[in-house]
Unconditional design. Structure first.
Length: 217
C-alpha cells in the first residue's frame, strides 16, 4: 500500500498495483483535483471519519450495464403508477446529507465524513457531480448522487425514506440515460443493486472501459 504525498496529486497505477482487498493507497487529501483525478483512474476514497483517508480499486468491480437493468413486475407497476416523481440536480445538498445520515446494515456510523461531503458539494457546483431526487407528495423521500465522467457514471451513495424510493430513482435514471451512459460504477457489491442487474467484472475489464471512455472525452 502506497502513502500519498499531500503536495503531489498522484496515485499508483491501479492496473499494475493490486493492494489487499483493493486498498491501494492511503493519505493525501480530499481536494477537488485529487478526487476528480482518482475517479478517472477508477480509484475512490472510502474510510471512517477521523481516520486516515483510504483509496480503493477493488477486483472484481461491481458495475451495471444500463441495457441489462432488471425491473421486477412489482417495481414496473410502481413506476407505471407514477408513485414517485423525479428530478436531477435540484437538491444535491439534501441528497448527500440524507445519504450521510442513512443507517447502513452492519455499520454503526457513517463512512461519509463532513470533509468528503463538502468536497462532493464543490464538485457538484463545478458541474462534475450530480444528484437524482425522488419525491412523493412534494417531499424528498429518496435519491442518490455520483460523478459523471464522460459515458461512465460513478455512483456514490443512495438513501430512501420510504420503501422502493431509491430503487425507483435508480431505475428512472438508468432508463432515461441508456443512450448517454455506457456503464454505471457501483464500486462494491450490494444485494439491492444486484437485484437490479448489477454484476461483478474483473478490474482489468473495468479499467479498460474507463480508459477508453477517458480517451473519448
Amino acid at each position: 500500500m502506497v502513502r500519498l504525498d499531500e503536495n503531489e496529486i498522484s496515485f499508483p497505477d491501479p492496473e499494475l498495483y493490486d493492494g489487499h482487498d483493493g486498498l491501494i493507497a492511503y493519505g493525501g487529501d480530499l481536494s477537488l483535483e485529487r478526487i476528480w483525478f482518482a475517479y478517472q483512474l477508477g480509484i475512490f476514497p472510502w474510510y471512517n471519519p477521523g481516520e486516515e483517508i483510504l483509496w480503493w480499486c477493488p477486483d472484481p468491480r461491481f458495475i451495471l450495464i444500463p441495457e441489462e437493468i432488471k425491473v421486477s413486475k412489482s417495481m414496473r407497476k410502481i413506476m407505471n403508477r407514477n408513485t414517485f416523481t423525479f428530478s436531477e440536480n435540484q437538491n444535491f445538498r439534501e441528497v448527500i446529507k440524507n445519504c450521510q445520515q442513512s443507517h447502513r446494515k452492519g455499520q454503526s456510523g457513517t463512512w461519509l465524513s463532513d470533509e468528503l461531503m463538502n468536497s462532493f458539494i464543490k464538485l457538484h457546483e463545478y458541474g462534475l457531480a450530480k444528484s437524482i431526487e425522488v419525491w412523493q407528495d412534494g417531499e424528498l423521500v429518496g435519491g442518490f448522487y455520483g460523478l459523471q465522467i464522460g459515458n461512465v457514471f460513478c455512483g456514490e451513495s443512495m438513501f430512501a425514506k420510504v420503501s422502493n424510493a431509491s430503487k425507483a430513482g435508480f431505475i428512472h435514471f438508468v432508463e432515461n440515460n441508456k443512450d448517454q451512459i455506457e456503464l454505471i460504477d457501483c464500486q462494491s457489491h450490494t444485494e439491492h443493486l444486484e437485484s437490479l442487474g448489477a454484476k461483478m467484472i474483473p478490474k482489468k475489464e473495468f479499467l479498460k472501459i474507463l480508459h477508453e471512455n477517458n480517451e473519448r472525452r
